[in-house]
Design a protein around this ligand. Structure first.
Ligand code: GLY
Length: 553
């Protein structure tokens, strides 16, 4: 009984929030947080810790991210006082084509961009791991990948979330011999507490540790990946793997009432939409508004930013994305001029854009700060829970289904005859549009490192947490704040159970808003806040998930 109490107390202290003056990690899985902490204790910096956490999450949270997936790592390099975005997003295979998921009648083939190797983009995580190690880390991959290799080889215990995710994807997992063997037990989602071992993945990670990215994208492993993908209907080639490159990008940045905001550039839509929304809000005395007015105003700015997202955002290396224009004062002023405080603007009254419906995705996020002040906010994904549910035979690599983040049917005129979603049409080698929004915030007194999974709702979750930080909220306040969301289409405010009061709901109805309470809460945010005066760090993991936040004192 006493032991149980200690365990309970420990669980509370890791999943809520804690203070420190040195280094901190918050991630979606306790084993990944531990892996990051171990690296920091061994003298690694935040970038080494990021490698360890990325690789460990790939092993222990296979439904969220993986070395068969991609992501964005937003770095603050303290010695140069520089922010940089590491773009390890998946790319479309070179044999991909605009209509590859449509049938002969130009209808989307159900599941084609979601299940199996045809849905997989070329992974970016292995290249990003090497890039981080070569350019930013201090420790060799043999050290930073040690924990991930151990957990792949010795196994990790599943929890209830694993069971839910595996149950959701059971049918698709059963279509891949290796996926079913690794992730299911007798073809069924395993009960919590089941040991999942991944010896092939351990071997693949050892190759990555000894040979770097070359061990993944070239040679025997690359041959196995391509052979397996192609023999199951996919279109990867060896050229695709050999050509994959991480790209360093300049993050997007903006300001909101004295607070600096740094976030990710395209091919994520997150940073642009976040900065647009905050710029729109700057024109209002937000804190002086009532709860009802604030909720209405937030829904209106979300609506407008998501409209622009649908029309303009895509991979800027392939299409012209007018980032500067979208976040310019002139454009923001024009959007604000259409907002009425006493009335909702129906989305149909804004100029029209085609929106792909929000999709069920699973992704992950972690935040790290080291004792030297280096920072990492990383959001990683394989898209749907367990990605494509396809494991390339003999490799242990679970492939993403990130191709589903492209517009499946671009160029089709909507009811107004307007053509949208062109910016995110499939092209060979192009990166698919993302909503991932790893972000840094900084005021005169404090700074924050944050992000969350959650598909199209990621950006509005980060917005709400940003506002919480701006008004002085702690990391715990940021991750645990109640959430609501508007994304232009469907024209509706979605909210977590009981987050909006009766008074707020009534006033939203009177203003013409449609609202819908969701069945459950959403998101899994991990944030770190530094008080610049006391140098105290606070790290927090979302109560909605089973992650952990830890600090080194
Ligand atoms: N696959 C989720 C995202 O990139 O937004």
């Amino acid at each position: 009984m006493f032991l149980r109490f200690i365990l309970f107390a420990l669980t509370l202290s890791t999943s809520l929030h804690v203070h420190s003056q040195q280094a901190a990690v918050a991630s979606a899985h306790p084993l990944a947080t531990d892996a990051g902490m171990e690296i920091l204790k061994k003298g690694g910096n935040a970038f080494d810790a990021a490698i360890a956490i990325t690789a460990t999450l790939a092993v222990v949270e296979p439904y969220s991210s993986g070395i068969g997936g991609g992501g964005f790592w937003l770095l603050h390099v303290k010695k140069d006082d520089r922010n940089v975005m590491i773009d390890g997003r998946e790319r479309a295979p070179l044999a991909a084509s605009r209509n590859m998921y449509l049938d002969k009648n130009a209808n989307v083939v159900p599941g084609a961009s979601i299940d199996g190797p045809l849905s997989a983009g070329i992974p970016g995580v292995p290249a990003a791991i090497e890039h981080l190690a070569l350019n930013y880390g201090k420790l060799p991959l043999s050290v930073t990948l040690e924990a991930a290799i151990k957990h792949a080889s010795n196994g990790f215990k599943t929890d209830e979330h694993y069971q839910r995710m595996a149950r959701f994807r059971e049918e698709a997992l059963n279509k891949s011999t290796d996926a079913a063997k690794i992730f299911l037990l007798n073809r069924k989602a395993p009960l919590p507490g089941t040991l999942i071992t991944q010896p092939d993945l351990a071997e693949t990670l050892r190759l990555l540790a000894s040979k770097g990215a070359r061990g993944f994208y070239q040679g025997e492993l690359a041959d196995k990946l391509v052979d397996s993908v192609v023999s199951h209907g996919g279109i990867w080639s060896k050229e695709d793997l050999a050509a994959y490159k991480v790209i360093e990008r300049v993050p997007v940045s903006g300001e909101y009432r004295g607070m600096k905001v740094v976030s990710v550039a395209p091919p994520s839509s997150g940073g642009v939409a976040l900065i647009q929304m905050l710029s729109m809000l700057s024109g209002f005395d937000f804190e002086a508004l009532s709860d009802s007015e604030q909720t209405h105003l937030l829904a209106e700015i979300m609506r407008r930013a998501y409209r622009d997202r649908a029309e303009f955002l895509g991979d800027a290396d392939y299409v012209k994305v007018p980032v500067n224009r979208l976040i310019s004062q002139k454009h923001v002023d024009r959007m604000v001029s259409t907002i009425q405080l006493d009335q909702a603007t129906p989305s149909t009254e804004l100029s029209s854009a085609i929106v792909d419906a929000g999709k069920e995705t699973d992704t992950t996020h972690f935040s790290v700060v080291d004792k030297d002040g280096n920072r990492v906010a990383a959001t990683l994904s394989i898209n749907y829970p367990f990605g494509s549910c396809f494991v390339a035979e003999g490799t242990g690599v679970l492939l993403n289904d990130e191709m589903d983040d492209f517009s499946s049917k671009p160029g089709v005129p909507n009811v107004y005859g307007l053509v949208g979603a062109e910016a995110n049409a499939i092209e060979p080698g192009k990166r698919m549009l993302s909503s991932m929004t790893p972000t840094f915030l900084e005021t005169e007194d404090r700074l924050a490192v944050l992000g969350t999974p959650g598909g199209s709702r990621i950006i509005t979750m980060v917005l709400l947490a940003t506002l919480e930080f701006h008004k002085g909220g702690s990391a715990g306040d940021m991750v645990n704040r109640g959430r609501f969301h508007h994304q232009y289409l469907p024209d509706k405010i979605f909210y977590e159970p009981d987050v909006l009061t009766e008074t707020v709901l009534k006033s939203l109805f009177e203003r013409g808003h449609d609202t819908e309470m969701l069945d459950s809460s959403y998101g899994n945010m991990h944030a770190i806040v530094l008080d610049k005066k006391s140098m105290q760090l606070e790290a927090a993991s979302d109560y909605r998930g089973s992650g952990s936040a830890r600090v080194i004192h």
